[in-house]
Design a protein around this ligand. Structure first.
Ligand code: GAF
Length: 400
């Protein structure tokens, strides 16, 4: 082994060693390639992606890592180290079916991606794969999109398919929509596939145009996991999506992207209270996302702070996707941060994580304040991840 002490593309060195070693032991041969795929945190723009709006996420230096070598048949043998080394064998020359074993749900993210790629590339090669990762699972940091894009990029690289990052993202999203059954938007897969080191990604979810937004050097990304078990996520998520689509339909447009705030206000009497509030969140959140992008570009932390506060408030009051534990963390953080940075819930909601964008000197006081009060008030212990923005999924240039 000649791994140096510096992490590869921000991938944790011990994760690489673990996956490398497991591959040699399990398949009795060295891995030919390694593919990394990050998790993501959304800075602002929540539940706007499936309304063809704007989002501002960044990829983070927590990863899914795949070790792989080609086989000379058309089978995929995949071992999940994080699920007790469970193994799935997938036959690429047969129709791919859903794996309904409750312990093997992880495999459907892989099957779904393979099934999508096969639609346009029917003769992809068989592979031996070991997969593991350190993206916290079920925390709203896109461990699923990370796995989907890890597999899509692995197939892409090993078969020289030349798929673009956008195509990889669309494959990942289709896998989730068609195979796993979550009606998610495109944000997570896009930023996992195409994120840029030290940048956030302003994504127009209608055109899929991307602008890389440099993150001010003095701003740190602190993610706080509430460790509140997320419940009803998929059903509530799909319900929110339905409400938004219904409002668009009622107002005669293809998506909420086509409604501005004046038009919404004028149409108020056509909508029931809940639908109005859902649309109000999405329309104001789009504007906040564009404004936050400018605030980041101009290093205007006071404006960023206000926008992230307003985003959280809108998720709490109008979109109704926060829980008391998350609201508590946000207000504890805000007391310390004030206008020196921003804090809000991140991700789909109903538990999960809070993101804070803060200068170095506030990291310690923020963590201390949450540690001091959160457990006392909720009985739960929060986890903290100090992250860097990372680049999107790709081959790792490692020789082991
Ligand atoms: C989840 C979904 F997968 C995304 O597409 C997005 O809608 C997000 O929730 C909410 O902004 O992460």
């Amino acid at each position: 082994e000649n791994l140096t002490n510096t992490a590869y593309n921000g991938v944790d060195k011990s994760l690489i060693s673990k996956v490398n070693l497991a591959f040699s032991e399990l398949f009795k041969m060295p891995a030919q390639h390694f593919v990394q795929s990050p998790g993501r945190v959304n800075l602002i723009g929540e539940h706007t992606d499936y309304n063809e709006g704007f989002v501002l996420p960044c990829a983070i230096n927590y990863h899914t890592l795949v070790a792989v070598s080609l086989r000379d048949d058309s089978q995929v043998h995949v071992v999940a180290l994080d699920y007790n080394n469970q193994k799935d064998i997938i036959e690429l020359d047969k129709p791919l079916s859903f794996n309904s074993s409750p312990e093997m749900m992880w495999s459907n993210y892989i099957r779904g991606v393979l099934a999508e790629i096969i639609k346009s590339h029917p003769s992809i090669k068989g592979m031996n794969i070991v997969v593991s990762g350190n993206v916290p699972q079920g925390a709203g940091l896109s461990s699923s999109a990370s796995l989907e894009i890890a597999i899509a990029q692995t197939v892409n690289q090993l078969n020289a398919l030349n798929l673009s990052e956008k195509e990889l993202a669309i494959i990942g999203q289709a896998a989730e929509n068609n195979f796993v059954g979550c009606n998610c938007g495109i944000m997570d897969q896009m930023v996992v596939a195409a994120g840029e080191l030290n940048h956030a990604m302003l994504l127009d979810c209608r055109s899929l145009a991307i602008e890389a937004i440099a993150l001010p050097k003095n701003l740190n990304i602190l993610i706080i996991n509430s460790n509140k078990k997320r419940g009803l996520v998929d059903s509530e998520y799909n319900l929110r999506r339905q409400s938004c689509e219904q409002v668009a339909k009622t107002l005669g447009v293809s998506s909420l992207r086509d409604i501005n705030i004046d038009r919404l206000m004028h149409s108020k009497d056509k909508l029931d209270t809940i639908s109005f509030k859902r649309a109000l969140h999405v329309i104001t959140e789009n504007q906040r996302t564009l404004d936050a992008t400018i605030a980041l570009k101009t290093h205007d932390l006071a404006t960023l702070s206000n926008l992230m506060q307003a985003s959280h408030q809108s998720m709490k009051e109008d979109f109704e996707i926060t829980v008391p534990e998350i609201d508590l963390i946000v207000s504890l953080c805000h007391e310390v941060i004030q206008d020196q940075g921003g804090v809000r819930m991140t991700g789909g909601g109903f538990g999960g994580c809070v993101v804070a964008l803060i200068p170095q000197e506030l990291i310690k006081p923020v963590i201390e304040t949450v540690e001091k009060n959160y457990q006392k008030e909720t009985g739960l212990i929060a986890s903290f991840y100090l992250c860097q923005s990372a680049s999107g999924a790709g081959l790792l240039d490692i020789r082991v």
